[in-house]
Design a protein. Structure first.
Lengths: 404, 314
């Protein structure tokens, strides 16, 4: 058993029991971050802040939300929006954050792809990040069911129908998932449970894993430079702050994180108060009606690109490609065969691949919302094929990439 | 090394805005038909050319049989039947005429008196040639100049109504929309505002009356017209306005009549719907401003902190 002495201060008391000084060093002041990184490296903190906003607003909404098909719409649109003090604010924060968190996740992902931050020991960071993406997608979809509006109901209908597997006609599986022939009380109850318990718990665990995965390989930098963290941190601690290639996480990088967070919050709350419509689809302000299909059914914007990979093809081909699209980003560290962990700008063909992938994703996203008619369905088809072709090309072009 | 951050920020912002533009304004422009408002002028209807005389109008209204169906509560004329029985007889409860002169457009009122199905744009449903009569009977004149008589009646209705500036949001909505549409969040039913009852059986009795009324309405309209509590958010303001101005533009063949409100009354109706579906909009604006100021101060301090910390790092 450890030897305890009479504490000389509260801090000493805590140090003896919790080693707070050591924890502070490990987590903050001697957690070394390279200096040559730009504001894109603050997206992790921005995501953490956005997730905190989701969690806090969600807790308040949960106090008044009623998870029944008769009461859900009313509890959201009347009780929360009109009766509860600032209920409207919590709802708008929750709705806007649910949308913006995906924007930041996509920026975070494409930053990682651009700088090769999924290679040379950083594979687990990428994999845990992709698991987080999947968990957030589940969280977003299950949350979208809860207001029990027209879009909740019909999106729930369409997405659960996918599990019939096209020509497999696994209707039994669909009914098993719904707990009914159509989305109804059992369906709403299950998605409510997923949204407020199971998935948030998984997300919390995955965030821990994501952070832990960062520890050993350290944060990447914008020049693809291999930094000797041991030597550079000694230099810093010896007083050569300016000459060292690394800095403390806190307060050095944290101060920059907070600067970016400050600007981000201005943008975020501008959306919450003045431009929330994009995150709260008008169609979902009509109560769910199983006898009235909306003229256009589309998912929220962040799912549109994968929806558009499903839509232009015959059902079976579409489902296979849709499944592929959901999982393919997870395999990125293994499909990129190049040994170079440097920015895409220095990687020849991969540079073209990166920008082609990014532009194509945006094209797929916009076609996914537009009605599949005329030129839109042709562009959608070409983009969807290009998406597949790009992933087939990736191992080939990276295999032949010159070692730098 | 050159600072690349402004370039990176520009790229992130441009890609984000392009995506936003394509997914929001552009997609909605493609998906939703744009209908230009005619500013509630009803130019397809002839304008009143005669100068009306309210005193004559009062006599005409009394003699032409209007009050056989309509109440004019302001003049002490009660409805011959209650709302439920009226709906049973006509499909929908005929409106009280007290404020119609302020809420409806004068030219529209004149055309309505002369040929209801035409003014209401429901001739596809009420074709006299096929024996489908509109429940409101056309006015064929009392022997004099019919246009003069109609001008007198309109003038009378305007003389008893409040002045257009005194029309309240609830008055505009209840008169123009409220006999077909309920607004549950404002406790409005097709037969009036539901009172707070002391005894549950009285509350249930009221609900039964509403249901009976709705049964007649369903037969008359083809389906129960929707509750409009959240319509200000499920449809845009522009959509609601152009829809009310002429429902056929958005939904050809719909049973919903053109109700002929003035532009001012339309604004009041929108205000009523905002009160129901976007109740906290004023609070949102004032809180929004305070939060933005707070965050601006936060961002400035965060920037200064960063500058201070980083001056030793270079």
């Amino acid at each position: 058993m450890a030897h305890f002495t009479k504490a000389t201060s509260v801090k000493d008391w805590l140090n003896q029991r919790l080693a707070v000084d050591k924890v502070e060093k490990v987590m903050a002041s001697e957690y070394w971050i390279p200096k040559n990184i730009n504001f894109l490296w603050a997206m992790g903190m921005v995501l953490l802040i956005t997730f905190s906003l989701l969690l806090c607003s969600g807790i308040f909404l949960l106090m008044y939300y009623v998870p029944t098909v008769e009461g859900a719409f009313y509890s959201v649109n009347y009780t929360i929006m009109r009766e509860v003090g600032f209920g409207w604010l919590w709802r708008h924060i929750h709705g806007v954050a649910a949308s913006v968190v995906f924007l930041i996740m996509y920026i975070h992902m494409f930053t990682g792809i651009y700088y090769g931050s999924y290679k040379k020991g950083r594979e687990m960071i990428w994999l845990s990040g992709m698991l987080l993406f999947i968990a957030f997608s589940t969280e977003a979809f299950s949350g979208y069911m809860l207001p029990w509006g027209q879009m909740s109901y019909w999106a729930g209908m369409v997405i659960t129908n996918l599990f019939a597997g096209g020509s497999l006609h696994a209707d039994g599986l669909v009914e098993w998932i719904r707990g009914d022939y159509v989305p109804a009380q059992a369906f709403l109850g299950r998605f409510f449970m997923l949204h407020v318990v199971l998935v948030p718990v998984a997300i919390l665990g995955l965030i821990g894993l994501h952070f832990a995965a960062l520890r050993i390989p350290h944060v990447n930098n914008q020049d693809g430079e291999e930094i000797d963290f041991e030597a550079e941190s000694k230099k810093y601690l010896a007083g050569d702050k300016a000459g060292s290639k690394v800095m403390r996480f806190a307060n050095d990088f944290l101060s920059k994180d907070m600067m970016v967070v400050g600007i981000y919050l201005l943008f975020f709350f501008y959306l919450v108060f003045y431009n929330y419509g994009f995150a709260m689809d008008p169609v979902n302000f009509d109560p769910a009606d199983g006898l009235k299909t909306p003229a256009h059914i589309y998912p929220e914007w962040y799912f549109l690109w994968s929806y558009e990979i499903l839509r232009p093809f015959p059902i079976d081909t579409g489902l296979v490609l849709f499944g592929l699209a959901q999982g393919i980003f997870v395999a990125l560290p293994f499909l990129d065969r190049s040994p170079n962990a440097v920015p895409a700008s220095r990687r020849g063909l991969f540079k073209i691949w990166f920008w082609a992938m990014l532009c194509n994703m945006i094209l797929l996203t916009s076609m996914g919302k537009l009605p599949p008619e005329g030129i839109f369905s042709q562009i959608g088809l070409v983009s969807a094929i290009l998406f597949v072709v790009l992933w087939v090309l990736l191992p080939i072009i990276t295999t032949f990439e010159k070692k730098l | 090394m050159k600072n690349k951050e402004p370039l990176i920020l520009a790229i992130v912002v441009i890609f984000t805005l392009v995506t936003y533009y394509l997914v929001e304004p552009y997609a909605h422009h493609v998906m939703h038909k744009h209908v230009e408002s005619q500013d509630f002028k009803y130019t397809d209807l002839p304008a009143i050319t005669k100068i009306g005389n309210a005193t004559n109008g009062k006599e005409l209204v009394a003699n032409a049989g209007c009050t056989g169906c309509h109440s004019i509560s302001k003049e002490g004329i009660a409805a011959p039947m209650d709302a439920v029985a009226s709906a049973g007889a006509y499909g929908v409860n005929p409106p009280d005429l007290s404020e119609m002169g302020a809420i409806l457009d004068a030219n529209f009122l004149a055309s309505l008196i002369k040929n209801p199905a035409h003014a209401l744009k429901v001739e596809h449903k009420f074709d006299a040639a096929k024996g489908q009569m509109h429940p409101m009977i056309s006015f064929y004149g009392m022997g004099g100049d019919i246009d003069q008589e109609i001008a007198d009646m309109v003038s009378y209705l305007q003389s008893i109504a409040v002045s257009p500036s005194e029309v309240t949001p609830a008055m505009a909505f209840e008169n123009a929309c409220g006999r077909c549409h309920a607004v549950g969040y404002e406790k409005w039913t097709q037969i009036g505002t539901k009172p707070a009852f002391k005894h549950e059986k009285d509350s249930l009795a009221f609900d039964i009356k509403v249901l009976e009324y709705q049964d007649s309405l369903k037969v008359y309209m083809g389906k129960l017209p929707p509750d409009l509590s959240m319509y200000i958010r499920s449809r845009s303001q522009e959509y609601i306005e152009t829809f009310v101005e002429n429902p056929q533009n958005h939904l050809a063949g719909t049973a919903m009549p053109r109700v002929g409100v003035t532009a001012d009354s339309m604004d009041k109706i929108i205000e009523y719907m905002l009160d129901s579906g976007d109740t906290k909009r004023h609070e949102r604006e004032s809180v929004g401003m305070k939060v933005m100021i707070y965050l601006l101060v936060f961002a400035i301090f965060a920037f200064l902190w960063k500058k201070q910390v980083w001056k030793d790092l270079h």
